[in-house]
Structures are given as C-alpha cells and as structure tokens.
Design a binder for this molecule. Structure first.
Ligand code: ACO
Length: 330
C-alpha cells in the first residue's frame, strides 16, 4: 500500500491550571469516587479566562515545528480541528497562521468534534498527494471549559482543555499514514451539540437565559454509539491494510470514558498495556485528546520506528474515523 503522508513532528500544550474531581465536588453535586469509577477521570486542565483556542493551538504548533526542524515559512497549509474556535469566523487557523508567521500557508478550521483530528489527518493526507503541498500543520485545540455548564454534573466533569499538533509531509518510504477513514451519521446531530450562537439560535438574551451557549449531551446514546463504532472502524482499517490486531503496537482511541476504552480493548482483544492514555489527568479534550496523547508518547520516546499505531475517534455529528500509522521519519 502506498504511504502518502508521514509524521515529521509532534507538539502539545496543556494549561497549568488543574481542576480536580475534589474541586468539582465543591461546585456541583458529584463525588470523586463516582467520577473515577464511571469515567476514569481524576483531573483536567483548564485554560485561564483570557486564553483562547488559538493561544493553545499556537503553543502546540510551535513545539511541533521545532520537533520537525522546520520553520513557519515551510508550511503550505494549517488546519485547526476544534469545537471551541476563537470566533464563529474568521477561522482560528488564520489567527494561528498570523501568529506563527506562516505566510505561505492556507488556513482553515475543521469541525468534526472529537473526531476532528482524525478528519484533519485524513484531509491532509489527501492534500499531500498534490505537488502544491509539502508540509501541513494539523492541530486539535480545545477550550471546552468555555462552553461548560458548571451546574450540569452530567457534562462538566468530563471535559478539559488542551492542544496537540502534528506536521505532516510527503512520504517516499515505509513510514507514515497507512490508511485513514472518516464517516458520519448526521441523524445523531442532536445528541451532542452547542445549540446557541449559530444561525439556528443566534445569541440573544433568550438564548443565554436558556443556557443554549453551553454543551448539551445525551451521554448514554453517545456511549452506545462509541462502543460500537470503535470496534467497527478498527476492524475495517486493519482489514483494508491486511494487518492482524496482534500487529498493532499501540492503540489510541479518543479519550472520553475509560469504560468505552475498556469495552473496545475487550472486544478487539487488545492487551491493556498497548493503549495510550491521558484521560485520567486530562479528561476529554475533544479534538485535542488524540494529538496530545500522541505527542506525549513521542516526547517520552515510547514510539519506536516501525511501530503500528491504531487510532480511532468518535464524536459530535455524529462523526467517526480512524487511522493506522506506521511510526517513524523514514
Ligand atoms: N456525579 C454523580 N452522579 C452522577 C453524575 C455525576 N457527575 N452524573 C450523573 N450522575 C447520576 C445520574 O443522575 C444518574 O442518577 P439516577 O440513577 O439517580 O438518575 C446516575 O448517576 C447514572 O447516570 P447515567 O447518565 O446513566 O451514568 P452513566 O454511567 O451513563 O455515565 C456518562 C454518564 C459518564 C456521561 C457516560 O454516559 C458517558 O461517558 N457517555 C459518553 C460521553 C462521551 O463520550 N462524550 C464525548 C463525545 S465526544 C465529543 O464529540 C465532544
């Protein structure tokens, strides 16, 4: 199978401020034991009030560029995957492009919820087939705390802030994205959304009074969808690549709930030591969860050249997707 894109560098950024389960006990009717048992989360990072999505994205991008040994002028395209952009428009990717000084790069945002980074990887992989694109920066960046209703214990305990980035380049060797696939089932669009602020319910006194600017979620429906779709995509990707599950060295699912991840491990028969996790200390960072976990593993030099990584995402939309990556710079 032709490898189209390879990973040239990774980076991440997490805000310093920690919101623990014990902190949440003081603001909402919950407790540490319930959260740990039902989700696997102990704490999450929260951005300072003046921090925007582009601030987190910029820091992660800087680290990825350094890691790739490239300068901002080398970038041909910047894609920011996010649910929590700086503005409805312009794109956060444009703000990041200006701050980096990536003068040659096109820039756009991509909205696919927690699957956003997988979508960005899949889009970048195809762009890299064109002679016009050599280096693409993809970023998952979220300030979920800005759209949390801290009186809703069903959602506010789950999410955290952070950003992860990756520079992709053309591949002539054996390492890179073996295959990537994306999908959607828009009939579930109402299951996880921020209803207010768009053209359906523009911002108004009424929209604020009704708390439409906060994230709303039917947790149980998303849970059922996630446990099913992770297994389906994993099997499809492996079949397409002609690989067996035992050939997977690292499994990196979207980090939403440890019970979803454990169910996938059991059904796919993947040993627990192969899973890359940051859920316990970061919560669900939506589009940032996967790239932060990948960059953290890269930083710790856990990912040896040639290692096969199976990564799978699911989220609002409903969207889903996955990628098989053969790690290495060759
Ligand atoms: N603390 C204490 N009790 C709670 C809390 C809490 N934080 N939240 C809910 N409960 C209570 C409920 O009120 C309910 O009580 P009741 O039985 O008296 O009515 C009980 O706990 C069970 O509630 P459930 O909602 O059934 O709990 P469940 O085990 O399903 O866990 C959860 C809820 C954690 C939200 C789970 O459904 C989940 O993780 N779903 C997936 C969510 C997800 O993956 N979202 C991200 C998608 S990605 C994206 O695109 C952003």
């Amino acid at each position: 199978m032709q490898i189209k894109a390879k990973v040239l560098g990774t980076g991440y950024f997490l805000p310093d401020r920690i919101l623990s389960n014990h902190d949440l006990e003081k603001i909402v009717d919950t407790n540490n034991e319930w959260i740990v048992e039902r989700t696997g989360i102990r704490e999450r990072r929260i951005a300072e009030p003046d921090m925007r999505c582009s601030d987190l994205a910029y820091e992660a991008a800087q680290m990825a560029l350094k890691n790739a040994n490239l300068s901002p002028e080398d970038l041909d395209l910047i894609i920011v995957a996010t649910d929590t952009p700086d503005y409805m428009f312009p794109a956060t990717a444009c703000v990041v492009q200006a701050r980096l000084g990536a003068k040659k790069a096109g820039a756009f945002d991509l909205e696919a919820g927690c699957t956003g980074f997988i979508y960005a990887m899949s889009v970048a992989e195809k762009f890299l087939l064109s002679p016009d694109f050599n280096h693409i920066m993809i970023i998952g960046s979220e300030v979920m705390s800005k759209i949390m209703d801290y009186t809703d214990r069903g959602t506010c305990i789950l999410f955290g802030d952070g950003a992860g980035a990756m520079v992709l380049g053309k591949s002539a060797g054996t390492c890179g994205i073996v295959n990537a696939e994306i999908g959607a089932d828009g009939t579930g669009a109402g299951l996880l959304l921020q209803p207010g602020g768009g053209s359906a319910f523009p911002a108004s006194h009424e929209s604020i009074d009704k708390k439409l600017h906060y994230l709303k979620m039917s947790g149980n429906d998303i849970y059922k969808f996630a446990t099913r779709i992770i297994v389906e995509i994993s099997e499809r990707l492996l079949n397409k690549a002609g690989l067996g599950i035992e050939q997977v060295d690292f499994f990196l699912p979207h980090q939403a709930n440890i019970r979803i991840i454990n169910s996938a491990l059991k059904r796919l028969k993947i040993p627990a030591e192969k899973v890359l996790l940051n859920l316990e200390h970061c919560g669900n960072m939506s589009a940032a969860s996967i790239p932060v976990a990948l960059a953290q593993a890269d930083e710790k030099q856990l990912l040896k050249s040639g290692a096969i990584i199976l990564t799978v995402g699911f989220g609002t939309g409903l969207t889903y997707g996955g990628a098989l990556i053969r790690w290495g710079r060759d």
